[in-house]
Design a protein around this ligand. Structure first.
Ligand code: PDD
Length: 288
């Protein structure tokens, strides 16, 4: 039995512990949020769908013009080593790449060296329970920029939205641009109507979630559920038979209430339940 050590971390070239990581105040991630990140699920002591997360990380870096100074194979190995060293069975690996360290100027110097931080977190039982009990969500106007497809460290509207939800004893806030549903503050949204699964077609205004992608390409087909990627407006959402949101850390979370409206009869729907079951099987099988 491996002893649990959730403080293990990796910073730039070495393994260390979180309390020993020394990050310069001149790290651009610190004063500009100038960096990108990923959160990869750990299940049964193994990373789940790490290659999907790494593909998205490199895409985010490319769009931010952050040079790739580390190979995907090396990052995969670092994920596995951290999970092994920490001894965690259920949780996640956090990976953050900032543009690097330099005196504060908005435009960045040529040839910066990115700073890479990684550490593990144990699963949050309260968050995981929502998948069983269902959740209440609120709705908010989306005040973010035009490139929410980049998983950037700049999350101010997301954290303010999540905090508003928390104050209203809701688990998540759904962002709308006018009448159109975009995504949650840290999740993607699905609805079911007449047995058909709907989700918004991915573009630059939302993060193309890995959980969302796996539901569309693997989980729903296994369950024999047809999916369509199409615009969802407020009226359609409020008339849905079932609604749920998805993320790496929360999984598939049934939504039973949106603002003051109850979703259908307030019970968790059978399509959501069967998708949850199939997703659990996929996680048991594992995915590189
Ligand atoms: N958030 N949309 C946003 C804005 C997100 O931040 C996330 C994930 C998702 C779902 O993506 P995925 O299925 O790949 O986790 C959608 C992570 C978990 C976070 O910020 O902690």
């Amino acid at each position: 039995m491996v002893e649990l050590n959730t403080t293990v971390a990796f910073y730039n070239h070495e393994f260390t512990t979180l309390d020993k990581v020394q990050i310069s105040p001149l790290d651009r991630g610190y004063y500009f949020g100038d960096g990108v990140y990923e959160v990869t699920k750990v299940h049964n002591g193994r990373c789940f769908a790490a290659s999907y997360h790494l593909d998205r990380l490199y895409r985010s870096m490319r769009l931010m013009e952050i040079p790739a100074t580390i190979a995907p194979d090396e990052l995969t190995e670092l994920h596995d080593t951290l999970v092994q060293e920490s001894g965690i069975r259920e949780g996640s690996v956090y990976l953050q790449v900032t543009r690097g360290t330099a005196p504060r100027t908005h435009a960045y110097p040529d040839r910066m060296t990115p700073n890479i931080l990684m550490y593990v977190t144990e699963a949050n039982a309260a968050k995981e329970e929502l998948a069983q009990t269902g959740a209440k969500v609120i709705t908010l106007e989306d005040i973010r920029w035009q490139h929410c497809d980049i998983k950037s460290l700049n999350l101010i509207p997301n954290i303010l939205g999540a905090q508003k939800a928390k104050k209203k004893r809701a688990a998540e806030a759904f962002f709308f641009r006018g009448d159109e549903l975009i995504e949650g503050t840290s999740s993607n949204v699905f609805m079911v109507r007449d047995g058909i699964l709907w989700t918004r077609a991915a573009d630059d205004l939302m993060l193309k979630g890995i959980t969302r992608q796996l539901i569309l390409t693997r989980v729903a087909p296994t369950c024999g559920v047809t999916c369509i990627e199409r615009k969802i407006d407020r009226d359609l959402l409020l008339k849905a038979d079932e609604v749920f949101y998805t993320s790496t850390t929360a999984g598939i979370v049934p939504v039973t209430q949106i603002d003051k409206e109850t979703v259908a009869n307030g019970e968790i729907g059978h399509v959501t339940r069967s998708l949850q079951e199939a997703y659990a099987h996929l996680m048991e099988d594992g995915l590189p």
